[in-house]
Each structure stands twice: as structure tokens, then as C-alpha cells.
Design a binder for this molecule. Structure first.
Ligand code: ADP
Length: 245
């Protein structure tokens, strides 16, 4: 993936314009946090970028090509992903493997190489010891790692996450962000994350887009901190230190 150019994007639900005149670029290796109040259009924006919603006007190009021409591999963690029922009859290994199956048309069978991919993503995210466990029996933080593993198993170059830490305690959330930062730095995965958590994501992301149906700010974290309005935008929830991941 070279870069994603979002240019003069407008998105509507029926007559109701949710996003107006959005223009920004995501470069290879970026870690972009999309923040803003409830209803400000964050989910709508990322769904439009990855082709799940159609813009009313404007363009989105991937290295100058359309999404389908670009062949871009995207890992997507939608909002409210959880396996709340402890009886949910799938193991961690099966859930992660299902991330490979969705890419296939036919035959939907896993090869030895696929099992190797599952194993290596479980190791990378330090959940290989959970491989045979029922996913519904895991803690919230462990389940979120399983979702991340499922999104990562197809070796995406772009990872898009929608409020992935909403149900996690502050310490588990920081560990999750640290894992994302490592994926970004070590494996050069480009990351776009939607979060409420504008304070703590600032320590991990490289760039921030502050949205309220239009773009209020787009730039590096440093530029955001140095700007006149950063105190106004940030919520000051403090994170708890202590326990290691
Ligand atoms: P955020 O992710 O920032 O909370 P959303 O993108 O989910 O915001 O929603 C932006 C606005 O669009 C909200 O007012 C929401 O009610 C509205 N909206 C979201 N999805 C739909 C839909 N499918 N149909 C109509 N309106 C929608």
C-alpha cells in the first residue's frame, strides 16, 4: 500500500449529510487515530474508506487506484465485537482461522500453510497458549486479542479498528495499544483506529484526525499538542500505571 488519498468526501444517509468535505491522506506506516464526540461520523468515515459505504461525492484512492484495483488487504475490527456467551462453541484457533476463510470463495478448506499463519499470528499476539480454549470463556482483553488475531491472520497491510477498547479496563487497554504500536512499528502495518480515548491514544498514534461531521484537525500528535485548542479537545482520563501486560 503506498497511500490512501481521501479527497473532498461527503457522505449522506438519505438526505442527511453526516460527513462534509473531508480531505486527508494516510501514508504507508501511519498510525492514525480518529477521535470526536458520539455521532460525529467516525464509524461512517472508516466504513467509507474501506468501501462498506458509498460516498455521495468525493474520491478515495489507494496509490492512485480504486480499492478493488489496488488489491489492498484490509483487516477490520468492527465495533462491539464480543463473544459474550461462554458456550459459544468455537475455539480461539477456529475463530482466528475464520479470518482466512472469509477471503476465499472456494474451496473453503484450510491448508497446512494456513494453520501455520494462524499459529504465527497467535504467537505474535502472545495468545498461543489459548489456542484450544473456547473463545466465550476468555476475558475481555483476551477476546479482543483474538479479534485482532482474526483481523491480522490474512497479513493485511491496513488494519482498521472501530472502538476496540471500549469494554476493557485501563491497564488492558494500554496493553492493547502497545500491541498495536508494535504491529505498526515492527511489521509496518498501517493502522486507522477510531477511539473515544483521545488522551491515552496520543501516546501511541502518530497522527490524529479530530472529527465532528467535518474535519476540525488533522496532523501529527506533536502538531496537535502544540496547537492552541488541544486542551479543549482532549478528555483528561488518566491511565493507571503498574501491572505489566
Ligand atoms: P460515531 O462513530 O462518531 O459515533 P457514526 O458514524 O456512527 O458516528 O454516526 C454519525 C451520524 O450518522 C449519527 O447521527 C448517527 O445517528 C447517523 N447514522 C449512523 N448510521 C446510520 C444509518 N445506517 N442510517 C441513518 N443514520 C445513521
Amino acid at each position: 500500500m503506498s497511500r490512501i488519498d481521501i479527497n473532498r468526501l461527503h457522505v449522506r444517509y438519505g438526505p442527511y449529510e453526516v460527513l462534509s468535505d473531508i480531505t486527508f491522506t494516510v501514508s504507508r506506516g501511519d498510525f492514525l487515530a480518529v477521535v470526536g464526540p458520539n455521532g460525529s461520523g467516525k464509524t461512517t468515515l472508516i466504513k467509507t474508506v474501506i468501501g462498506l459505504l458509498k460516498p455521495a461525492s468525493g474520491t478515495i484512492t489507494f496509490g492512485g487506484k480504486t480499492f478493488s484495483e489496488s488489491g489492498l488487504q484490509v483487516g477490520y475490527l468492527p465495533q462491539k465485537s464480543s463473544y459474550a456467551d461462554p458456550r459459544f462453541p468455537a475455539s480461539v484457533r477456529e475463530v482466528v482461522a475464520s479470518g482466512l476463510m472469509v477471503q476465499r470463495s472456494n474451496p473453503k478448506r484450510l491448508s497446512a500453510e494456513d494453520f501455520q499463519s494462524v499459529q504465527s499470528v497467535l504467537s505474535m499476539l502472545q495468545i498461543d497458549h489459548l489456542a484450544g480454549k473456547r473463545v466465550g470463556k476468555l476475558s475481555g482483553g483476551q477476546q479482543q486479542r483474538v479479534h485482532l488475531a482474526r483481523a491480522m491472520v490474512g497479513k493485511p497491510t491496513l488494519l482498521v479498528l472501530d472502538e476496540p477498547t471500549g469494554a476493557l479496563d485501563p491497564q488492558t487497554r494500554e496493553c492493547f495499544y502497545t500491541t498495536l504500536m508494535e504491529l505498526n512499528r515492527t511489521h509496518r502495518v498501517t493502522i486507522i483506529i477510531v477511539t473515544h480515548d483521545s488522551h491515552s491514544i496520543g501516546q501511541y498514534a502518530k497522527k490524529i484526525l479530530f472529527l465532528d461531521r467535518q474535519m476540525l484537525f488533522y496532523g501529527t500528535m506533536q502538531e496537535f499538542h502544540d496547537g492552541p485548542n488541544s486542551q479543549h479537545y482532549f478528555n483528561h482520563s488518566h491511565t493507571e500505571g503498574g501491572r505489566p501486560c
